[in-house]
Design a protein around this ligand. Structure first.
Ligand SMILES: *[C@@H]1O[C@H](CO)[C@@H](O)[C@H](O)[C@H]1NC(C)=O
Ligand SMILES: *[C@@H]1O[C@H](CO)[C@@H](O)[C@H](O)[C@H]1NC(C)=O
Ligand SMILES: *[C@@H]1O[C@H](CO)[C@@H](O)[C@H](O)[C@H]1NC(C)=O
Length: 372
């Protein structure tokens, strides 16, 4: 009965785990992508987007932003040092204020509230990332903030240099982007990779420094086994995530002309997340295991009980036989004399013991004699 209740309790307990998917195994392994295969990564297709700006709209007579798709490609020619000649290709991406449509995030209200709708967004969405610096093909996106410079090429007449510097000294460069995380408690296919706006990144600008940010986008992988009945079927997902950012400062020079730069690059590192829930088969296995062990415990207990019952039965019978035989011997005597009977029995036992002791002493002396 108790065993049955234990079994039921365990069954309910584990059953609730099974049903609520509480006992999932979760792991995250960090890996490195070799990138020799020239894999091209378009994070915007996975929901990545970015926006940037200074606190208010930037007047062209003070400075301006550019966003470029840049590619370095190895050619077949060699230079005088025997190194392969690289060609560099640049393409400007058009920019516009994000408003409520260019920053690709589902909740545009939040975009408004965070002030991102006033930032700039790239409206050409065909950028891509590939490789890293020492590879044949290296593609990345570059965002630059330039100081205004008088030039014959543009009609913009800049403000005084001093005014421009004063302006930037007080300003921050803000960079917002869409980041993700794996929500382990969420089992809905469409939403367990959660997106959020990461606007934690900003530079305090300085007129005589270049603030640089290397911004690495990971291509993450996830494998889930979320169904109750598992025969090893795995569902795979890919999503983007940003966990690596590196900043550094450089001295500003007028020949370069920019005071902030962000390089958006393909991260070599990535993580493989996996989640496997407690499944029906494991549940049955656990129940079966418990059932068997309870059964064997039960058998032992029952065996003990049976043995005890058996012995007490035998003892009982022996006692009965004895008393019976004593009675048979002296059936003429009355109950009073039974006590005497017991005493004589005791005496008999005692004499028996004395005999034993004597026997031992005899043996001892014999032993001593043999020793001599
Ligand atoms: C917006 O993000 C979704 C994924 O969340 C993606 O499928 C879509 O291509 C993106 N749109 C643009 C214009 O990048
Ligand atoms: C640009 O030209 C204007 C007018 O010629 C001048 O006042 C201003 O100081 C110049 N600015 C810079 C940064 O050279
Ligand atoms: C979780 O992992 C442990 C150790 O690898 C394993 O014994 C257990 O069966 C796993 N549980 C599930 C639900 O897969």
């Amino acid at each position: 009965m108790i065993l049955l209740m234990m079994l039921m309790g365990f069954g309910l307990f584990k059953g609730s785990y099974l049903y609520m998917k509480l006992d999932a195994n979760i792991s995250k392994i960090s890996l490195i992508r070799t990138m020799n295969d020239g894999q091209i990564y378009k994070p915007q297709e996975l929901g990545f987007d970015f926006a940037f700006g200074v606190s208010s709209e930037l007047d062209p007579s003070i400075g301006h932003f550019t966003v470029k798709q840049i590619g370095h490609y190895e050619t077949d020619q060699f230079d005088i040092n025997g190194k392969k000649v690289m060609t560099k290709i640049e393409r400007n991406l058009r920019l516009d204020k994000c408003h409520d449509k260019h920053f690709n995030f589902t909740d545009q209200k939040e975009v408004m509230l965070k002030g991102i709708s006033n930032y700039l967004c790239a409206i050409d969405d065909d950028y891509q990332l590939q490789g890293y610096f020492y590879q044949q093909n290296f593609e990345f996106v570059e965002i630059k903030l330039w100081k205004c410079r008088n030039s014959t090429e543009s009609t913009v007449i800049c403000r005084d240099k001093q005014k421009i510097d004063e302006y930037f000294e007080k300003e921050t460069f803000n960079f917002a982007y869409i980041n993700t995380y794996f929500d382990f408690m969420d089992y809905d296919k469409d939403s367990f990779i959660k997106k959020y706006i990461d606007d934690s990144f900003l530079f305090e600008l300085e007129a005589e420094k270049i603030k640089k940010l290397n911004f690495y986008i990971q291509l993450q992988e996830a494998e889930t086994q979320d169904s109750y009945v598992q025969f090893g079927q795995i569902e795979s997902y890919k999503f983007h995530q940003i966990s690596n950012e590196r900043t550094y400062d450089d001295g500003y020079s007028d020949s370069e002309g920019y005071i902030a730069v962000v390089y958006i690059r393909f991260d070599m590192k990535y993580d493989l997340y996996s989640r496997k829930i407690y499944s029906l088969l494991e549940y049955l296995g656990d129940m079966g295991g418990l059932y068997r062990s309870l059964l064997s415990v039960g058998l032992i207990i029952v065996g003990q009980i049976i043995r005890r019952m058996f012995f007490s039965d035998i003892m009982h019978k022996i006692y009965q036989i004895r008393t019976k035989s004593i009675r048979d011997d002296e059936d003429s005597k009355i109950d009073k004399k039974e006590s005497k009977n017991k005493k004589s029995q005791e005496k008999y036992d005692l004499t028996q013991e004395e005999i034993n002791v004597k026997n031992i002493e005899n043996r001892k002396s014999q032993f001593k004699q043999t020793l001599k």
